[in-house]
Design a protein around this ligand. Structure first.
Ligand SMILES: Cc1ncc(C[n+]2csc(CCOP(=O)(O)OP(=O)(O)O)c2C)c(N)n1
Ligand SMILES: [Mg+2]
Length: 337
């Protein structure tokens, strides 16, 4: 878990540097080697590592718009994931999805920029596992800001009524962009939502990878044994802005400082030392994590950019012939919606 967590943290720090290249002094979101939005998950590492430790490649994971730590813990190919983030041809989705739309069928991982969107597909994966008589499970991660979404609530209901092997993991980082939870959600503890759907709910109150590992182990074991879904909320924290370029003017300095004090990576390192793991071993884990990240970034930046025409491949509907030269009319595209 420690190795995955330090890999994820270093990854975010390096992406932050790469992202800022060429975007300043006036913030230009389309400039630089990583154009577009970037939501970094520094502070969330304990969640991905603690939960995914229990998962196999044939288990499904769906993640939200802040996906890197979960993808790393699920075993998504780091080089192809990085190439995707840099918009390169050899990326997981040929460079067309970017950082919020990573798909790796080899380890059944997907994510989406639409909040709570991962819940219905996870229920679908759970239903497929049940119908195929396998003991695979599905885990849907979502933020605490997504727990009022219909997609989440309907998914809880269907998973419960069909007794599906699905675990819902709410990552509570206290913020939904600039919105604190208490202003928009009736419950303080998101796991209370489980009560309305007759399934178990649990919350891990501290940013502690071991506590998350233990709670997730129970939930995932329960799902694997055919005993149905669980809702788990885990406390994490946001060390960076909602997305890169967020000046966080809405966030009190004390809140950020207090969150940073709860570093789950430091906590786990102390626990490892308390269990007689040497500083040398801990340093070695950190160095190999850094090396892995550097190699992935170097590899990705060396990859070719996609040909512009490739934008018309792998899409559900291709533009009518000639439409690429001029705007297609509504009649040609079959409507204006
Ligand atoms: C359905 C939908 N509504 C609104 C948005 C815009 N949006 C992007 S992230 C976000 C807040 C997410 O907060 P939370 O779920 O707590 O995740 P966090 O960013 O804190 O990890 C919102 C409202 C969206 N992506 N999808
Ligand atoms: Mg949040």
């Amino acid at each position: 878990m420690y190795e995955e967590m330090v890999t994820a943290r270093h990854y975010e720090e390096r992406l932050q540097e790469e992202y800022l290249e060429g975007k300043q002094p006036a913030f230009d979101i389309s400039a630089g080697p990583i154009p577009g939005e970037l939501h970094l998950a520094a502070g969330h590492e304990a969640s991905g590592a603690g939960v995914c430790q229990h998962l196999r490649d044939d288990d499904t994971v769906t993640a939200p718009h802040r996906p890197h730590h979960i993808a790393i813990a699920k075993g998504v190919d780091l080089e192809r994931m990085t190439a995707e983030i840099f918009g390169r041809e050899t990326g997981l989705s040929k460079g067309k999805g970017g950082h919020m739309h990573l798909f790796d069928p080899d380890v059944n991982f997907a994510c989406s920029g639409i909040i709570a969107e991962g819940c219905p597909p996870a229920v679908g994966a759970g239903l497929a596992a049940k119908k195929r008589n396998t003991d695979s499970v599905a885990v849907a991660f979502l933020g605490e800001g997504a727990i009022d979404q219909g997609a989440f609530l309907e998914s809880l209901n269907l998973a419960s009524v069909q007794n599906l092997p699905v675990v819902f993991v709410i990552e509570d980082n206290d913020w939904a962009i600039s919105m604190p939870k208490e202003r928009v959600t009736d419950v303080e503890n998101g796991a209370q939502r489980a009560g309305g759907f007759d399934l178990p709910g649990a919350r891990v109150d501290v940013d502690d990878a071991v506590a998350i590992y233990e709670a997730a182990g129970k939930a995932i074991g329960r799902a694997r044994d055919g005993n149905g879904p669980t809702l788990l909320e885990v406390q994490v924290h946001r060390r960076m802005g909602h997305f890169m370029g967020d000046a966080e003017g809405y966030r009190p300095d004390e809140d950020k400082a207090a969150a940073e004090q709860r570093d789950s990576i430091e906590r786990l390192a102390s626990e490892l030392r308390a269990h007689d793991v040497s500083d040398e071993t801990i340093d070695d884990l950190r160095s190999s994590a850094r090396e892995r990240v550097e190699e992935a970034i170097e590899w990705a930046k060396d990859q070719p950019e996609p040909e512009p025409d490739a934008a018309y491949e792998d899409v559900f509907v291709n533009p009518p012939s000639g439409a690429t030269e001029s705007e297609p009319s509504a009649a040609e595209t079959g409507g204006d919606d």
